[in-house]
Design a protein around this ligand. Structure first.
Ligand SMILES: Nc1nc2c(c(=O)[nH]1)N[C@H]1C(S)=C(S)[C@@H](COP(=O)(O)OP(=O)(O)OC[C@H]3O[C@@H](n4cnc5c(=O)[nH]c(N)nc54)[C@H](O)[C@@H]3O)O[C@H]1N2
Ligand SMILES: Nc1nc2c(c(=O)[nH]1)N[C@H]1C(S)=C(S)[C@@H](COP(=O)(O)OP(=O)(O)OC[C@H]3O[C@@H](n4cnc5c(=O)[nH]c(N)nc54)[C@H](O)[C@@H]3O)O[C@H]1N2
Ligand code: SF4
Ligand SMILES: [Mo]
Length: 732
């Protein structure tokens, strides 16, 4: 067991773990939970909403049968779900019925780390928080309360904190996820890829997936479009050290040596440039610095890349020519979770450049121009003027960071520089599992005067809080209006389908009440969220009633391709696609990406890789009993040669020990040819050590626990996490 899992577990006075278990099986409130439908309408009722099991926000329709929650399906009006949910979304009912849910506000009563709690009322909890916040404001200034929030549910709490004067906000979706990709594309095309990704997968004739494991990564629209493209016989090229589900659909599978993708990308571009297979018209009109770029990459032949990547020169040539053959309808997928090795913004830039050679910007089968619905905001009073700078990226250490860096706030909380951070407000992000090096996270937490966690289950991060606020799950609440940019503009609504089973509250209510306690009630001129939504919708000539009934209102179609009239404009310094980056050169970085050989595993060690399973989201669904039934624990993928060397059998349990001596929970071995011999692989999010998560506790192992090392991307502060090595600990 590692240091975290050895810690004492949550003890709640007046709310023992045993009592929670009894509640879960006996309390009719959990089974019924239908105060929204007090009269228990006979027959079938359909209530549209949008899913929150991950951040894709698919439009859904919840069904009630005789007043009881029955099933959830996709909303056919929704451009994201197109009427179909992924397996996790379908299992969303399990989030409502999760017997491990938080039920009432909790306040810590002993030293942090001892974790003794008492159940309190909302009034007590919010008074406690407001008092502490006022003390911090007086002593250090309001900038000293930081907030971590992931997802749309954090909007109102952010509003309250901004009204209070907070300025430090961050989410793991940048420096632990898509940040490098967005920065690599911004540097090249002047625009980020965004979420949902602007990838026109369904119209691509050739799709290149570099680690993006669509099919395990279940981002709904992407997976549906990928399946369509496969149906339409698109040529699929997959680059992955592991034979992923996507690889099984590929014409070419390249089992690359981990961490060497930049070498492959340079060699591909070398072939395409050498053989003049690029989109010459696009590049002559829109390219900047192409000559310098071409000169630089002329050294990177497939023969040069072979010993680095393990990919045969002929296969590199053949796949490069295939990509070029289908241009501009060739899409080299930019990936999403791109924080791998610390050189990630440059790898993403190499991917952007390869796409630029195809000339696929604003083209069918390449990158479309996302369009969104626009609604006026609600007219709130102005936020107070900050007297300090944000501190996540001091002195612009990471000059190309385009969003806030979570680990920057963590570091400042430890060093108290440039100024102290004394409060953390955490909404829907399990920082213990989401940030690398959990010891650092705990060190930062120990420096706080106030730590508030808003969650739905007793996650690991909730275990460290001073105050835990139990939120109603998405099927029990309204949230802010949803208007993601994609191919069709739309506005979507989330609305309650059932009532919360106990004393859980929606985020907007918590945010408004806290503002009132802080004397900031005037920042909430509306009485409830329906009034807020109604105001915004009315301003655009729409009705809340209609939206509640249909779930989605589509906007007018807008052009999304150059052929439909979208102008090709690039917000780079040159106004063109930057093959040579003057911005990078000016900041003393490589203007054209360069390859550096990654550190190799020590003897008897294997690189730890991780990813997604189709039926789970991050560390948030392992106690969802419906999803748990489909996958209860993760496995460690081990190549048969490695297994034989160690005498490990399939389905045997082992422990993993990393380069820093951290030992995991036991994890089941999956012996498979589908992984290289120099790495092992597991699904992220398992190995929970919060004992109140009864369903998930101790099942499988945590990749996060083994990620004690990370390499920070010098361009943008992303934390490369594929740099840890593990060996096996076998039971004597
Ligand atoms: N079911 C499900 N789907 C999800 C999520 C979820 O939690 N559950 N989360 C969503 C989110 S927010 C994200 S960011 C995405 C993440 O999903 P993606 O962005 O698609 O993938 P990654 O997590 O980056 O990468 C995992 C894959 O990369 C491979 N890999 C590891 N190292 C290397 C390498 O050096 N080179 C190459 N070429 N490949 C490598 C691994 O073997 C694995 O197949 O998934 C999204 N979809
Ligand atoms: N080791 C490792 N670290 C990673 C990754 C990895 O693959 N491996 N992936 C990275 C990526 S791509 C991303 S995007 C991030 C994701 O990082 P996070 O967004 O932090 O993901 P989770 O770990 O699922 O934490 C979500 C938390 O929100 C809580 N929650 C769920 N629903 C609700 C709700 O309705 N209301 C409230 N208030 N809380 C809710 C959950 O119980 C959980 O505690 O992690 C990053 N970090
Ligand atoms: S992709 Fe799946 S889990 Fe994510 S919002 Fe859509 S249906 Fe829900
Ligand atoms: Mo992510």
């Amino acid at each position: 067991m590692n240091s975290i899992s050895r810690r004492k577990f949550l003890k709640i006075t007046g709310f023992s773990v045993g009592a929670a278990a009894a509640v879960s099986t006996l309390n009719p409130l959990i089974k019924g939970a239908n105060k929204v439908n007090k009269e228990k309408v006979k027959g079938i009722q359909k209530i549209p909403t949008y899913c929150d099991i991950c951040f894709w926000k698919c439009g859904a329709i919840a069904y009630l049968k005789d007043g009881e929650l029955w099933k959830i399906e996709g909303n056919p009006l929704d451009p994201l779900s197109k009427g179909r949910l992924c397996p996790r979304g379908t299992g969303g009912i399990g989030a409502v019925k999760d017997p491990d849910r938080l039920r009432s506000p909790l306040i810590r009563t002993k030293e942090r780390g001892q974790e003794v709690w008492k159940e309190v009322t909302w009034n007590e909890a919010l008074d406690y928080i407001a008092n502490k916040m006022n003390m911090i404001k007086e002593k250090y200034g309001p900038e000293s309360v930081a907030m971590f929030a992931h997802g749309i549910g954090g909007n109102f709490l952010k509003h309250t904190l901004k009204a209070y004067g907070a300025i430090n906000f961050a989410a793991p979706s940048f420096a632990q996820c898509r940040g490098p990709r967005d920065v690599g594309f911004e540097l090249t095309f002047g625009e980020a890829i965004g979420s949902p990704e602007r990838t026109d997968i369904e119209n691509a004739k050739c799709i290149v997936l570099i680690g993006s494991h669509l099919g395990e990564n279940m981002h709904n629209t992407q997976v549906q479009e990928f399946a369509d493209a496969v149906q339409k016989d698109a040529t699929i090229i997959v680059v992955d050290p592991r034979f992923s589900v996507a690889a099984s659909k590929a014409k070419y599978y390249l089992p690359i040596k981990p961490g060497t993708d930049i070498a492959l990308l340079l060699a591909w571009m070398n072939v395409i440039v050498n053989e003049k297979l690029y989109n010459q018209e696009f590049i002559s009109k829109y390219g900047f610095g192409f000559e310098q770029f071409a000169a630089e990459i002329s050294q990177y032949t497939p023969e040069w890349a072979y010993p680095e990547t393990g990919i045969e020169p002929e296969l590199i040539r053949k796949t490069a020519r295939t990509m070029a053959m289908y241009k501009p309808a060739t899409l080299i997928h930019p990936g999403r979770h791109t924080t791998w090795y610390g050189d990630d913004a440059q790898r993403s830039r190499a991917i952007a450049l390869l796409n630029a050679l195809m000339g696929n910007w604003n083209e069918k089968g390449g990158f479309y121009t996302p369009v969104s619905f626009s609604l006026p905001g609600y007219p709130y009073p102005a936020y107070p003027k900050p007297t300090k700078e944000k501190l996540d990226n001091p002195e612009n250490k990471y000059p190309f960071a385009s969003e806030e860096i979570t680990t920057g706030i963590r570091e400042a909380t430890i060093t108290e520089k440039p100024y102290p951070i004394k409060g953390w407000f955490i909404y829907a992000t399990n920082l213990i599992q989401a940030l690398p090096d959990e010891k650092e996270t705990i060190k930062a937490i120990q420096n706080l005067d106030l730590m508030v966690v808003v969650d739905v289950i007793p996650s690991e991060i909730a275990g460290w809080a001073d105050v835990v606020l139990p939120e109603a799950v998405y099927l029990e609440r309204f949230d802010d209006l949803h208007m993601s940019a994609n191919k069709t503009p739309f506005v979507g609504i989330r609305q309650p389908v059932v009532d919360p089973p106990a004393d859980q509250k929606p985020n907007w209510w918590i945010a408004k009440k806290l503002a009132e306690k802080l004397g900031l009630g005037h920042y909430y001129p509306w009485n409830n969220i329906e009034e807020y939504m109604d105001y915004r919708l009315k301003a655009a000539g729409l009705s809340l009633e209609r939206l509640k009934k249909e779930g989605i209102i589509l906007g007018e179609k807008k052009p999304i391709y150059a052929s439909e009239g979208v102008p090709l404009e690039f917000a780079t310094p040159s106004g063109k696609v930057e093959f040579y980056s003057t911005q990078l050169a000016a900041a003393s970085f490589d203007p054209v990406p360069k390859y550096k050989r990654p550190e190799q595993p020590p003897a008897n060690h294997y690189r730890l890789l991780f990813g997604r399973a189709p039926v789970h989201s991050f560390s948030r669904t392992q106690s969802n009993r419906i999803l748990m039934d489909m996958m209860e624990e993760n496995e460690i993928w081990v190549n048969p040669n490695v297994a034989e060397k160690w005498g490990i059998k399939n389905a045997q349990y082992v422990k993993l020990k990393n380069q820093d001596g951290v030992v995991s929970n036991k994890i089941k071995v999956k012996v498979t040819e589908r992984i290289r011999t120099d790495c092992v692989y597991m699904v992220h999010g398992f190995g929970h050590n919060s004992r109140m998560l009864k369903g998930a506790y101790g099942k499988g192992a945590s990749d996060s626990g083994l990620i004690t090392k990370y390499v920070t991307d010098p361009l943008m502060g992303g934390t490369g996490m594929n740099v840890n090595f593990v060996t096996f600990e076998l039971e004597a």
